[in-house]
Ligand binder design. Structure first.
Ligand code: C2E
Ligand code: CA
Ligand code: CA
Length: 732
């Protein structure tokens, strides 16, 4: 179970259950305690009541007797042996009126004169009855003889004895009273009085009667101590203090009753409390969940790129810093710099929504290949990847895979778009300096690009060596420009696509290094830009081009100018001055914006271009479709021509690349721009380009760039041929 689910479960069920259980448990505990206390008090009361009832029974039995024993008629009739009278007044009457179970009248010698038993079917052995009353009768006779009157008063008219006795096996209250004169007119010898015995059994109808009178449930006599948790009992003691037996009953427990009655209510309260707290817990969980989610979203937004969902530059920097500084000594790191090739062309040709979708797809491919790595988008089409320790060992293979994957065409809408990528990788082990690792990866990327793009390079010590060489080269370039001898201008002819006539020349700078030989402008132009010498080179080429233009008025020449040069405040004046100096019409000069330097989209460049265009100078966007040349520039800056980069011409045999080229032509046509293809190397390319309606073609197939003397010779030859043709024409 996930932590999230667990905490939801806890908040929704466990906490409410615990809280409800606690509250209801405490309530129940209090109730149980109170009920227990109530039942205890009730039990003591009930026991006292039973004890009191028994003693009242004893007294009551004696009292009943006196209604007939303290009576002159009774003395007389017992003395005369009138059993009929005795039966009527001292026997059955006692039963019918008071409910006594047995009655006897004893003679002076304590032998029974008369005996009555209420239950006709019950016949105790004579000795059983005798054993029950004899000790009491003997004691009474002794007390009578002694003249003892203790216990007599207004209500108790004669002394008596009573006790709890067994008649055979039956427990009973037995009471004896003397039969005495009520008027005092009959003389009697103390101790010689007849004696009346009354018996009330405790195991017959008496307990139910007491039970119903005092609300004791199932009151019964028991000879042995009752067992059972739901029974209350009280011992009955005879006069000698011995336990005679027990009265037991089902106790009335008001507390327990209250508890039983409140149990459903308590259960209801538990359910209500549980549902309430569970709902509250659920609401609380959802709220905190929402809070946590939005907090996480905010955090994610702050540290991630919206388009790709990858980390952003700041987040990547933080993570890189953190991981490199905390790394174990033997931990491997590898940092990759990835740069998408030709992405700008896609953006400008198909529009930003397609570009965005493509970036998203490229990011997804990288993520799929490196699911564990930290990947960031740090610029429009630039990515950085920090491989985790395991992948770092396979950096070379992974970089190669990355290049291959990104080379596979992307399907965006109906189009198949091919881009590509250059990858630079740098390794480190243990705690290392992030800035140094970034620098190394950047150098490696530079090498990958220099090696022709669509490839990868791993940083090595030799690259630093390359850097060192570059510094030397910078110094050499400085001194070359001071001397002015090593730099030359070559010219490459450009031909009309349809008829194949030479229509213009492109001036290309060359550096003839005294030790190295010819160095490509692709190498020394960026160097010159970096060290601020580009204007000097530009001036040199411009000067040479003007000289050539002056020599051959029938052609136009294109010069290359980096954005950096164009943005310099004195540039338009410099160009116009050179043109004026050589008396050349500005429309014969075309300036190709090579865009090899990063352009700030400052207004200076636009002002320069519009000023020169007003004067008649033509403008072209060079290397169209790569790097910084872009459709957006075409939209913003008015130009006259676009030159499609060689890489597109190379790839034109592929359907997806051809689609891009066709889109470029359509765009150029729509804008009324002239269009030139660069780097035409094969006749196939030439015929395809022709069929597509191209204006002009340039490439090794038609002519290589050549030094000034060679191009002068060529021009003179062409001039000669055309004048020959003109000379032939009239006669034909
Ligand atoms: P670019 O302006 O695109 O010039 C065309 C480049 O393609 C030239 O390389 C040319 O020799 C080469 N090229 C022409 N046709 C073919 C072909 O069929 N196959 C192949 N493989 N290459 C062909 P180059 O002269 O080495 O110039 C390289 C780049 O240096 C130029 O590219 C331009 O961007 C820059 N550059 C040259 N001269 C100057 C300059 O005076 N000023 C500035 N700012 N940049 C210059
Ligand atoms: Ca060019
Ligand atoms: Ca070019």
């Amino acid at each position: 179970m996930s932590i999230q689910l667990q905490s939801q479960w806890v908040l929704r069920w466990v906490v409410p259950a615990c809280a409800s259980l606690l509250v209801c448990g405490l309530l129940l505990l209090a109730l149980v305690w109170a009920a227990g206390r109530t039942d205890e008090v009730a039990a003591v009361r009930q026991r006292d009541l039973v004890t009191l009832t028994v003693s009242k029974l004893k007294a009551g039995l004696a009292h009943d007797q006196e209604s007939a024993t303290v009576w002159d008629d009774a003395v007389k009739n017992t003395a005369s042996g009138n059993l009929e009278w005795v039966e009527a007044n001292l026997g059955s009457w006692m039963h019918s009126y008071f409910g006594h179970d047995a009655a006897l009248v004893l003679r002076t010698d304590l032998s029974p004169l008369y005996q009555f038993l209420a239950d006709a079917e019950y016949a105790p052995a004579p000795d059983d009855l005798k054993r029950a009353y004899l000790p009491l009768a003997i004691r009474l006779q002794a007390r009578l003889a002694a003249g003892d009157t203790e216990g007599t008063n207004d209500r108790v008219l004669s002394i008596g004895e009573s006790d709890l006795r067994y008649v055979g096996f039956r427990p009973a209250i037995v009471s004896v009273k003397p039969i005495v004169s009520d008027s005092g007119d009959i003389e009697q010898v103390p101790g010689k009085e007849r004696i009346h015995v009354a018996v009330r059994f405790l195991d017959g109808d008496l307990p139910p009667i007491i039970g119903s009178e005092y609300a004791f449930d199932a009151l019964k006599f028991s000879a042995k101590q009752p067992r059972g948790r739901d029974l209350a009992f009280v011992p009955l003691r005879a006069k000698d203090g011995q336990v005679f037996g027990y009265f037991r009953w089902r106790p009335f427990q008001p507390g327990k009753q209250v508890l039983n009655n409140t149990a459903p209510a308590l259960l209801l309260a538990f359910v209500a409390l549980f549902s309430g707290t569970s709902l509250a817990g659920g609401a609380f969980w959802r709220r905190s969940e929402r809070l946590a989610t939005s907090r996480a979203e905010l955090k994610h937004q702050a540290s991630h790129d919206v388009l790709t969902g990858l980390a952003n530059r700041a987040h990547f920097g933080e993570q890189l810093d953190l991981r490199l500084r905390r790394a174990q000594a033997d931990e491997q790191h590898c940092l990759l710099f990835v740069d998408l090739d030709r992405f700008k062309a896609v953006n400008d040709t198909f529009g930003h929504p397609v570009g965005d979708e493509l970036i998203g797809m490229a990011a997804a491919r990288m993520r799929a290949l490196l699911p564990e790595a930290l990947i960031a988008r740090i610029g429009g089409d630039e990515f950085t990847i920090l491989l985790h320790a395991g992948d770092a060992r396979n950096a070379e293979e992974l970089s190669d895979n990355l290049v291959r994957r990104l080379k596979v065409p992307f399907e965006v809408g109906a189009s198949h778009i091919t881009i590509g990528a250059s990858v630079g990788a740098a390794h480190a082990a243990g705690a290392s300096d992030p800035a140094e690792l970034m620098r190394q990866a950047d150098i490696a990327l530079y090498h990958a690009k220099a090696a022709g793009r669509n490839t990868y390079a791993i940083f090595g010590g030799h690259m630093d060596e390359v850097l060192r060489k570059r510094r030397t080269l910078e110094d050499d370039l400085r001194s070359a420009l001071e001397n002015g001898s090593q730099l030359e201008v070559f010219y490459q002819p450009v031909f009309a696509a349809d008829e194949g006539n030479l229509c213009s020349l492109e001036a290309l700078a060359r550096w003839k290094h005294p030790l190295i030989g010819y160095i490509s402008p692709e190498e020394f132009i960026p160097l010159a830009e970096e060290i601020g010498l580009i204007n000097d080179i530009g001036t040199l080429v411009l000067e040479d081009a003007c000289k050539t233009l002056a020599e051959f008025p029938e052609i136009s020449i294109a010069i290359n100018a980096s954005a950096l040069e164009l943005a310099a405040p004195g540039y338009p004046l410099r160009v116009l001055t050179a043109l004026a100096k050589w008396q050349i019409s500005p429309c014969r000069l075309e300036i190709e914006m090579t865009e090899s330097a990063t352009t700030g989209d400052g207004g200076e460049l636009e002002r320069t271009i519009s000023m020169l265009r007003k004067a008649g100078v033509q403008f072209a966007i060079d290397d169209f479709g790569t790097g910084y040349s872009s459709f957006s520039r075409v939209q913003k800056i008015e130009v006259d021509r676009i030159k499609i980069d060689k890489s597109f011409i190379d790839e034109m045999h592929r359907n997806d690349s051809k689609a891009l080229v066709v889109a470029m032509i359509d765009m150029a046509r729509a804008k009324g721009l002239k269009i030139t293809a660069e780097g035409v190397e094969t006749t196939e390319q030439q015929s395809v380009l022709k069929s597509l309606g191209w204006h002009s073609l340039q490439g090794f197939l038609l002519s290589r760039p050549m030094p000034r003397p060679a191009v002068v010779a060529l021009m003179l030859k062409i001039r000669q041929e055309s004048s020959d043709a003109i000379a032939v024409l009239p006669s034909s």
